[in-house]
Write a protein that binds this ligand. Structure first.
Ligand SMILES: *[C@@H]1O[C@H](CO)[C@@H](O)[C@H](O)[C@H]1NC(C)=O
Ligand SMILES: *[C@@H]1O[C@H](CO)[C@@H](O)[C@H](O)[C@H]1NC(C)=O
Ligand SMILES: *[C@@H]1O[C@H](CO)[C@@H](O)[C@H](O)[C@H]1NC(C)=O
Ligand SMILES: *[C@@H]1O[C@H](CO)[C@@H](O)[C@H](O)[C@H]1NC(C)=O
Length: 359
């Protein structure tokens, strides 16, 4: 009797793990292996990225007599470009031989196209697709902008990623001269000048490793999901709003290995910010020396709510705020700032010429 009971309990104990294995997949779903990105979008992107990879050069050597190097301004938006008037004023009076503008506008949102006369008129790229938070769609959108700008103009030398919430903190002339001509702008520059001309172009992107939530972000797709290509030691975080060199933009468009990892969906949306990790991690693996490790876009993370930074209101806008936002520990100044409420347009325009573009 006793031994019978013993055998029975022993048998039950033995069964437990087996039952667990049978039931567990239903209770705890297996890691999501499939990307949620529509396959037709993936195919469109692959065609575009391959075309950009093979059809555009990363070469901008000083030996090649290029007419003028340009800055490509790449805007990501899922709403109206409410700061178009201030950007129009930023570009006003500067020849198109110094810059290009490209906009990735979510085609599933009803966005008013800026009228003829605005620099944003006819800048919406045809390859734009749906974007959403906590998904890898913002990575794809940025790569589409890179690919389009690479193919469109071989003179595009720097690629500045911005959003509809960004504003300029300086004049176009200041930005252009700082990037291409100033010997003192980038204080981290190891090879600052050659006869007063910058010869060493680097990407202005953060590659942060000492972030308390980094491990949670790393395992957001499963404990081993990023291995072996992305060990935790190589995983980085940084703002999605960066300025990249042409060489790095091309490298990003060519990447397939990291994309296969970062396109996987996360378990938890509150730890899922793929675009804040994909670009810094890729740069950290491929060319950390080619990056400054900081960004040129100022953002206020004090009192952050649900992953959103502080959003400036019309009453915050003043010449003091602009001067304060420019202050940087790494360069002579920040170039851009975010985020601003759309209603900030009027007060910003009123100080545009007297403060923002005076430098
Ligand atoms: C899009 O916006 C315009 C202007 O605000 C409006 O006239 C139009 O009906 C909207 N279309 C849709 C599909 O919402
Ligand atoms: C846009 O405006 C320019 C002059 O400002 C004019 O030459 C051009 O034809 C206009 N284009 C359209 C599509 O209206
Ligand atoms: C940053 O945001 C906080 C509110 O969260 C505000 O008190 C502070 O003044 C802001 N800092 C700057 C430099 O604007
Ligand atoms: C500059 O560094 C100081 C000291 O680390 C820090 O308190 C401050 O917030 C930094 N300023 C900016 C604009 O990052």
């Amino acid at each position: 009797m006793l031994s019978n009971q013993f055998v029975l309990s022993f048998f039950l104990l033995l069964c437990l793990p087996i039952v667990f294995f049978l039931v567990a997949p239903h209770v705890f779903p297996p890691p999501p292996r499939e990307s949620l990105i529509p396959i037709s979008d993936e195919i469109d992107d692959q065609i575009l990225f391959r075309r950009a990879s093979t059809g555009s050069s990363s070469h901008l050597s000083s030996g090649t007599p290029h007419p003028k190097l340009k800055i490509a301004f790449l805007f990501l938006t899922n709403s109206d470009l409410h700061f178009a008037p201030i950007w129009d004023r930023f570009f006003s009076g500067h020849p198109q031989s110094l810059y290009n503008v490209y906009v990735h506008a979510d085609p599933f949102v009803n966005i008013t196209r800026p009228a003829n006369g605005s620099v944003f008129h006819n800048t919406f790229i045809a390859s734009a697709k749906r974007t959403s938070r906590a998904s890898p769609t913002l990575i794809s959108a940025t790569r589409r902008l890179f690919a389009t700008a690479l193919l469109d103009d071989p003179a595009n030398a720097y690629f500045a990623v911005l959003s509809q919430h960004c504003i300029p903190l300086h004049s176009f002339r200041f930005v252009y001269r700082s990037l291409f001509e100033s010997p003192s702008f980038d204080k981290s520059n190891p090879d600052p000048t050659s006869r007063g001309i910058r010869i060493w172009y680097r990407s202005f992107i953060e590659l942060i490793s000492d972030e308390p939530r980094l491990w949670k972000r790393y395992i957001a797709r499963g404990r081993y999901a990023m291995l072996p290509e992305v060990p935790f030691e190589k995983f980085r975080v940084g703002s999605h709003f960066f300025v990249m060199t042409r060489r790095h933009a091309l490298l990003t468009v060519k990447d397939r290995i990291l994309w296969r990892k970062f396109k996987l969906p996360c378990y938890r949306s509150d730890e899922c910010y793929p675009e804040e990790h994909y670009f810094p991690t890729l740069m950290n693996i491929k060319d950390p020396e080619g990056c400054t490790g900081y960004t040129l876009t100022r953002v206020n993370w004090t009192g952050t709510v649900k992953g959103h930074p502080y959003t400036y209101k019309p009453k915050d806008v003043s010449s003091h705020l602009i001067h304060h936002l420019r202050l940087s520990n790494h360069t002579s100044s920040y170039f851009f700032a975010r985020k601003f409420m759309p209603t900030c347009l009027k007060p910003l325009l009123s100080i545009a010429d007297s403060v923002i573009f005076r430098d």
